[in-house]
Design a protein around this ligand. Structure first.
Ligand code: CAA
Length: 412
């Protein structure tokens, strides 16, 4: 995957044509198509030469080192999806997927640091924000100076997102927000919370939900100690408590109350495709780990890669990885063409992350007992990739989304 043949060519070109802005942001000095190639090859080099070597440190320290974060900012990765007029790279979905395939070759922890800035944290503002809101927030997000976090889930509202009980009560020219949001990725680092709250009673369901842009320094906000998770060390997820948090009426996202649920769902349509691209990148990383190990490890007098049962597992991995990537590329094209991709992005995330789980399991199996000890990357990656089948829609919720859309089309 990823055109092994063009790796060298990409590296030569970026050395020749890219230089750093005085601000530290890489400036890509070419036309659009070439610029994308440069960004993709820069992401490829970053993943392989800097991120992968840093993985053990991130795991040990439970922190992504600041110099690595600076490199992510420098390449513009916090603003991939933000239009150029607001200081982002303004990538199309196809180009975003190409970059994520490359970054996804390294631990998913790195991507999670800028994931919400491109996905669920930003898409809401892009899709439904006012021009004032876009101007205020998107540039600092694109520069990586402001982290946006998505506050939808609650203790009793995970898959059933419309069941949220956090309230936003109108009070003159303000709203007063009260409630606790659960599993908020990047909660600690966030300077902006996109908060989904009820502006109408529970019986109004999804139609009673509105979205708000809440600055971190607003009185009444507290963030809990991060959860201790199975994997993803270096990425921090916590609860965010809003205790009578008073925000101006202009913090309402979009033109009116009651459209917040759709805002969230549209963001998730994008985020799920992005997540599928990440999974496709990780599939290739795991396959390379498996092939490398199988080629080196000798049993019965020869490398285990010579055994057909091992080859069968490797072949299954490659076929599934190729399918995942092809799906993402197809749906990204459709999204760029303006087609609604609710079912398709759900298909991509469902297939790619489930395939990734199967691949991680096979690659660990290829490692045998060595896969179960911390000496090899597979032990850590196996734990990390498990999350992808859970967040931004479990596989079962995605099945439900896909089937609903099928039935809706049939009924239309
Ligand atoms: N785009 C636009 N509109 C949409 C939409 C979409 N993708 N999906 C639904 N809608 C609209 C519907 O058309 C409907 O509109 P009308 O009222 O006008 O008819 C309205 O939204 C309500 O839709 P549903 O009736 O389908 O809503 P529902 O309550 O039955 O549930 C669900 C839908 C698909 C199960 C949804 O709740 C869901 O996706 N749940 C999973 C949530 C999720 O992924 N959570 C992860 C949170 S993020 C995270 O993981 C942490 C992090 O920090 C990143």
């Amino acid at each position: 995957m990823g055109g092994r043949g063009d790796e060298g060519r990409g590296e030569t070109r970026i050395v020749r044509t890219a230089r750093a802005y005085p601000s530290g942001r890489t400036r890509y000095m070419t036309g659009p198509a070439e610029t994308i190639d440069l960004i993709v090859s820069a992401a490829r080099r970053l993943a392989r030469e800097e991120l992968i070597p840093a993985e053990p440190t991130v795991e040990a320290q439970d922190e992504v080192p600041e110099p690595i974060l600076a490199r992510l900012r420098e390449l513009g990765l916090f603003g991939m999806t933000i239009p150029r007029e607001y200081g982002g790279l303004g990538l199309s979905m196809q180009d975003e997927a190409r970059v994520v395939f490359e970054i996804g070759y390294a631990s998913p922890v790195f991507r999670s640091r800028f994931g919400s800035s491109n996905g669920v944290g930003t898409q809401s503002i892009l899709n439904d924000g006012t021009e004032d809101q876009r101007r205020r927030y998107l540039s600092p997000i694109a520069r990586g100076e402001l982290i946006a976090a998505f506050c939808l889930s609650e203790a009793d509202a995970g898959s059933d997102a419309a069941a949220i009980v956090t309230r936003a009560q109108r009070s003159g020219e303000h709203y007063v927000i009260s409630g606790t949001k659960r599993f908020v990725t990047n909660a600690l680092a966030a300077g902006l919370f996109i908060v989904y709250a009820r502006t109408a009673p529970p019986e109004t369901g999804a139609r009673g939900i509105s979205a708000f842009l809440v600055d971190r320094d607003t009185p009444g906000i507290s963030v809990t100690v991060p959860y201790r998770m199975m994997g993803f060390r270096g990425a921090h997820t916590a609860d965010v408590i809003f205790d009578e948090c008073r925000v101006p009426a202009s913090a309402l996202l979009g033109p009116s109350e009651g459209v917040g649920f759709k805002t969230a769902m549209k963001s998730l349509d994008h985020a799920r495709l992005h997540m599928a691209a990440l999974a496709a990148g990780l599939c290739e990383r795991l396959i390379d780990e498996g092939v490398r190990y199988a080629s080196r490890r000798r049993q019965f007098g020869q490398p285990i890669a010579q055994f057909q049962l091992i080859q069968g597992m490797l072949a299954d991995c490659r076929a599934e990885s190729l399918a995942a990537r092809a799906m993402v590329e197809k749906v990204a094209r459709e999204k760029d063409a303006g087609v609604r991709i609710t079912a398709e992005s759900a298909c991509c995330k469902y297939f790619a992350t489930e395939a990734l789980g199967r691949i991680a399991d096979r690659v660990l199996q290829i490692h045998g007992g060595y896969g179960y000890i911390k000496e090899h990357a597979i032990e850590r990656l196996y734990r990390d990739v498990r999350l992808l089948r859970l967040y931004e829609g479990t596989s079962q919720i995605l099945q439900l989304v896909i089937a609903r859309e099928m039935l809706r089309e049939q009924a239309a």
